[in-house]
Design a protein around this ligand. Sequence first.
Ligand code: B16
Ligand code: MG
Length: 217
Amino acid sequence: MKKTCFIFDLDGVLVDTAKFHFIAWQNLAKSLDINFTEKQNEELKGVSRIKSLEKILAWGNKTINEETFQYLMKQKNEEYLGCVKKMTQEDLLPGVLPVLNYLRKNNQTLALGSASKNAKTILQKTAITSYFQAIVDGNSVTKAKPDPEVFLKAAQLLNCPTNKCVVFEDSVAGIQAANTAGMYSIGIGNDKILKEANFIFPSFHQIKIPFIQSLMD
Ligand code: B16
Ligand code: MG
């Protein structure tokens, strides 16, 4: 019997980098005279960098040329990385490290499945790179969630059948991607928003070891 593979989204599951994205997007929006709220930032969770800027411009009714678009994306990322640079293991969300340690101790197979092009830097800063046998991020996929590509690639790298994969996700698009991939989806966040998930926890902190154990073969 093939054993379970555990696939983790990054932002909103293992770390809270949404607050850093918010600072950087808000400054960018301000420079374009666009009002950008925390509620709108919620809608950018799990969304790629390009799509995020397109959405902000649409909200502000602004059009810019390709050169400016590229320049703004670069500027936003530099500011975001300024925040990421200061991250340490302390920035892992509560409850994450005990679960990762438990899975490692029990020889489980883990992968990262994130839309972020900065995923490897964040794993390094939080000192958890070595927990993952495969890393699939924004640099290795062509289609964004809800397309299942990111999770299917992770399963392929781990040589794991999709029906043996468990995905931890905080975004609706990510839950849809996991479901389309034929994987077991665990939502982290609001149960009204993540209602399509197979199982939902309000935060990672609520996930207890017996539950993790129940997912293992
Ligand atoms: P970057 P996840 C996503 O990470 C974030 O939720 C989303 O807000 C961000 O725009 C996206 O990564 C791209 O990030 O600019 O670093 O490439 O939730 O898929 O881990
Ligand atoms: Mg996420």
